[in-house]
Design a protein around this ligand. Structure first.
Ligand SMILES: [Zn+2]
Ligand SMILES: [Zn+2]
Length: 96
């Protein structure tokens, strides 16, 4: 049988492989990677900020939209809410 080629780190948004040079983030809830571009609520600036905090020994918890309960909050508010208490896990970004 031919082996099926499976993505090592499939994006929970588009299902494609998340490559090391792509901006992606690990969901703290479902533990799946997600391309930043498949996550409409994280901006480039936010990603850089998160990356900076990780490099300084901080950590970042993030929950992807699929794992989040549906709420009345805006996407922006959700990101700010998870960005603030960001100190529990390390190295959850795939690249700068
Ligand atoms: Zn994707
Ligand atoms: Zn998730």
């Amino acid at each position: 049988m031919a082996s099926t080629r499976r993505p090592l780190h499939p994006c929970s948004g588009c299902g494609k492989e998340v490559r090391p040079q792509q901006q992606a983030i690990l969901c703290d809830s479902c533990h799946q990677w997600r391309h930043r571009l498949c996550v409409t609520n994280i901006t480039q600036a936010m990603y850089r900020q998160i990356n900076k905090e990780l490099k300084q020994g901080g950590s970042f918890d993030w929950t992807c939209p699929s794992a989040l309960p549906t709420t009345h909050q805006s996407a922006q508010a959700l990101v700010l809410a998870v960005l603030r208490p960001a100190i529990q896990q390390k190295n959850c970004l795939m690249s700068a």
